[in-house]
Design a protein around this ligand. Sequence first.
Ligand SMILES: C[S@@+](CC[C@H](N)C(=O)[O-])C[C@H]1O[C@@H](n2cnc3c(N)ncnc32)[C@H](O)[C@@H]1O
Length: 278
Amino acid sequence: MNNAKLYKHKKGLQQSDSVYVIENFSKYLRWKDQKETILDVGCGDGHTLCEILLPRIADNVEKVVGADSSRDMVEFARDEYECQNVVFEQLDVETVDVPEKFREKFDHIFSFFCLHWVIKQSVALNNIYNMLKPEGQILLTFLAKNPIYDIYEEMSKMEKWAKYKKDYRKFVSPYHNSPDPEEEVRTILKKVGFHVTICRSERRCYSFPNLATLNGSVKAVNPFLSRIPEEDHESYFEDYDNIMKRSKDVIWEKHNNNDNGKFHCFHELMIVVASKGY
Ligand SMILES: C[S@@+](CC[C@H](N)C(=O)[O-])C[C@H]1O[C@@H](n2cnc3c(N)ncnc32)[C@H](O)[C@@H]1O
């Protein structure tokens, strides 16, 4: 995903979960002094980092790096938020070779709604470990399970959409079909060398006020739409919405059977606090 302009206004769910995680789990972080350097992996448009995280931890931080694999996201974040102590860099957290300038440089590493996009989980978590200074800590949150992944799968079997979704598995959280996401993530973290404080998958609900808002948020992160001709988007959303309304993880508060009722969508959010060393 790299449409920063679209994403900026359509991330109610991500924003509400990130606030929840920061407000409830940053108490597990130990701050060394007021000169910390922190990294946000998969910072996207920079909003969560600069508007949600930093105001809550500013007293402890001197230097801030936002990193993202998407050049467009990095450029957007630079335009919006770069200043003397906040910089943005392009970095793929799945890379086989983390550049020297990132290695053992960070006291705390954060990541919000990025790691479910990452296939090579062990590589990414190993890179995060190697970017931490000794005794550094991480606070990560990402999707373990979400009904949108079931919709991707069902639509990949529909004749009309199959050709656009052959590789849909690439865009599904690695834990969506896992019987025990917490155990899987914990096992990788320990193997990499982390001391795990919290590794929890929480069932959460986000309520979209109506179908149009829900579809706007889908558009902002849907990896297939850019492959589908513009004139077919309406039909794509008709099929998408019909499947979504049948999902066991979506409760639709119908109003006169039109689409103005609320949509309560349930997902499982992975939350990790861990440290390097102890
Ligand atoms: C849903 S956005 C989240 C952005 C931001 N953290 C937030 O909370 O709003 C996911 C971001 O992860 C980035 N991303 C995906 N795979 C990545 C990778 N392998 N390395 C670094 N960033 C990645 C995407 O480019 C995108 O900007």
